[in-house]
Design a protein around this ligand. Sequence first.
Ligand SMILES: [Zn+2]
Length: 105
Amino acid sequence: MTIRQYLRYRGNRSALAAIVILLLTGAVMSPGPRSYVVRTIIGVLIAALVGAIFWGLFEIPCPNCRRSLGRIGFWVANGRMLDSSPRCPHCDMSVDQELPATKNT
Ligand SMILES: [Zn+2]
């Protein structure tokens, strides 16, 4: 497994989590009348939660040096940068190199 594949896995998992949250929100919000204020608060909280999930893609640690990959992690996780081989800004490890053998969670 390369670092790129690992990042894609993280990205797919985040997208899935966001979709599940949005579907659950729709299922919870649709039945029964609730006050406008409650709906607004829930909407803001869900938006913040989904935002936090995607923001987390900016914080994916480099599997080699454990420091945040920043926007490289974000774009690779979203399937961009396929035509290039971006490197970790801290340790200069290419995303197309194999993951270090330590662990892959
Ligand atoms: Zn690194």
